[in-house]
Design a protein around this ligand. Structure first.
Ligand code: ASP
Length: 292
């Protein structure tokens, strides 16, 4: 049986700054990803390509344009998964252009699921990914401004320095019914060096099974505690995508988890929901594009 192709992307939960630029970036990524599906390409290729476009726009908190950590460096997380339970991820990787492609290489070229730190970067180089500086002037200015608010302690608890979560995520289903999910993030603004967020953690930032796939965004520590992506997929096994979205976000809100998520359920629709001020999203379903 031929499945209905669908692709949905998010550009992070939280307040939406530069909505126009975000919308342009999301629409372009979704259009290109959907075209891959339309030409009978795989959902894996579609989500990777769409995520690469979002990582390259410099407007989102992923790839080029990622937030800086407390030391003023960019450390990125990314993961990719298919409904066949194939998974690959990188954590706190530096100086690469497209962390999502390195995550895919971990999935396809190694027996492991997650590589972190300088050895993730070393792996990327071994796979032929060249040096790329993802730091932008715009994010450096934000870093300087926000850093002044930290008084003295390097290890001060960081909770509320920003509610702009600009992580990107893409979920797609292809003609053969395979669902794939890609999530990529620069983490939370001013995070401690070495901090790994929810994005590369299976079941937290990304999850897919034969029924559904989900990508999340928001406060990573809380998302990990909630195992948010897995929770949403598990709910979609028993109810509609929309109902699962409502249930999972109600539970997250009750637990103080500021977040958003997107997802696709096989044969029965999509979900996009958040409990933050806003979340940027865009999708094409039945050939029609809609965006936030
Ligand atoms: N979830 C990401 C993190 O905590 C942040 C985001 O969604 O922008 O690393």
């Amino acid at each position: 049986m031929r499945n209905k192709i669908t692709l949905i992307a998010h550009g992070g939960a939280g307040g939406i700054n530069y909505p126009h630029r975000r919308r342009i970036g999301l629409k372009e990524a979704v259009r290109v990803g959907y075209e891959i599906l339309r030409q009978s390409g795989s959902s894996l290729d579609a989500v990777e390509k769409a995520a690469i476009i979002l990582e390259d726009t410099s407007i989102f908190n992923a790839g080029t344009g990622s937030y800086l950590n407390l030391a003023g460096e960019v450390e990125m997380d990314a993961s990719i998964m298919t409904s066949e339970l194939r998974f690959g991820a990188v954590g706190v990787i530096r100086d690469v252009k497209n962390p999502i492609s390195i995550a895919r290489m971990v999935m396809e070229k190694t027996d492991h699921l997650l590589l972190c730190g300088e050895n993730a970067t070393r792996f990327a180089r071994m796979m032929g990914a060249g040096y790329h500086n993802p730091k932008t002037k715009e994010k450096e200015i934000i870093w300087k401004r926000k850093k002044k608010k930290i008084l003295s302690n390097y290890f001060e608890k960081i909770f509320d320095f920003t509610n702009h979560y600009g992580t990107i995520g893409v979920v797609a289903i292809d003609k053969s019914g395979i669902i794939s999910v890609a999530t990529s993030s620069g983490g939370i603004n001013l995070r401690l060096p070495g901090r790994v967020g929810d994005t590369p953690i299976i079941g937290a930032g990304t999850y897919a099974n034969s029924t559904a796939g989900v990508s999340t965004t928001g406060h990573g520590e809380e998302i990990m505690r909630q195992i948010l992506a897995f929770r949403a997929v598990a709910l979609m096994n028993r109810m509609s995508a929309k109902q699962a979205g409502r249930n999972v976000i109600a539970h997250a809100t009750k637990s103080g988890c500021r977040c958003g998520l997107i997802g696709i359920k096989k044969d029965s629709g999509i979900l996009y929901v958040s409990n933050t001020q806003a979340m940027s999203w865009c999708y094409i379903k039945n050939g029609t594009m809609r965006s936030f």
